[in-house]
Design a binder for this molecule. Sequence first.
Ligand code: CDP
Ligand code: MG
Length: 217
Amino acid sequence: MAKNTTKDYDAELNKTIFDIKHQRTFCMIKPDGVMRGLIGEIIRRIEKAGLKVVAMKMLTPDEDLIKKHYPTSDEKWIARLGNKSKSGLDGLSLDVKDTFGTDDDTELGQSVLSGLIEYMQSGPVVAMVVEGIQAIEMVRKLAGATLPFKAEMGTIRGDFSVDSPVVANVEGRSIHNLFHASENVKEAESEINLWFKGEIICDYSLGNDDIMYCKHY
Ligand code: CDP
Ligand code: MG
């Protein structure tokens, strides 16, 4: 097919397409997912979507690792945690302050964060690097919304968890939502680097690569 493009343009385009096909994301089965025997089910969903697990390990993270994993000095992210807790009140006639002890997003977010740090150390996790076309967005879709009771059916969190920040808050814990997935390229790169620094990320082809990712006919 004749194309009216320069060599430089074609090379750049080919590189971009290669990068999209091989996009990598970090994801993790959290302690509740491991303890509920959902490792196989969660990985099955990732593989069924046509994505490829290219690195994987099981470990019980310590406080230092979890504090490095989450953007604990990002005030906007902390306020967002608080705001997500507040959205757990949707449809309930409860007062924010009475329920959570504060209506300040940052203050509420800080308390969510300490529960989260404790929850993530409560048992082994399965950490993974997953690769494929638009892997970051794909794995976020497979995960579903953060709050289990809002996560859509058909997603990992929607199908296998049922929790709400209101209930969790009363019990002084984080919500249990089974699974973590990087939200964007920057997060994916820093999380892969944190969890798999200096470790081998595998390179292999799936039997259906040709059919899924290429013009094979
Ligand atoms: O995990 P995701 O990217 O969907 O959400 P996040 O806003 O980055 O929050 C990180 C984690 O904090 C969540 O997955 C939950 O485990 C926990 N969290 C919580 O327990 N209560 C909230 N109100 C918000 C988040
Ligand atoms: Mg997140």
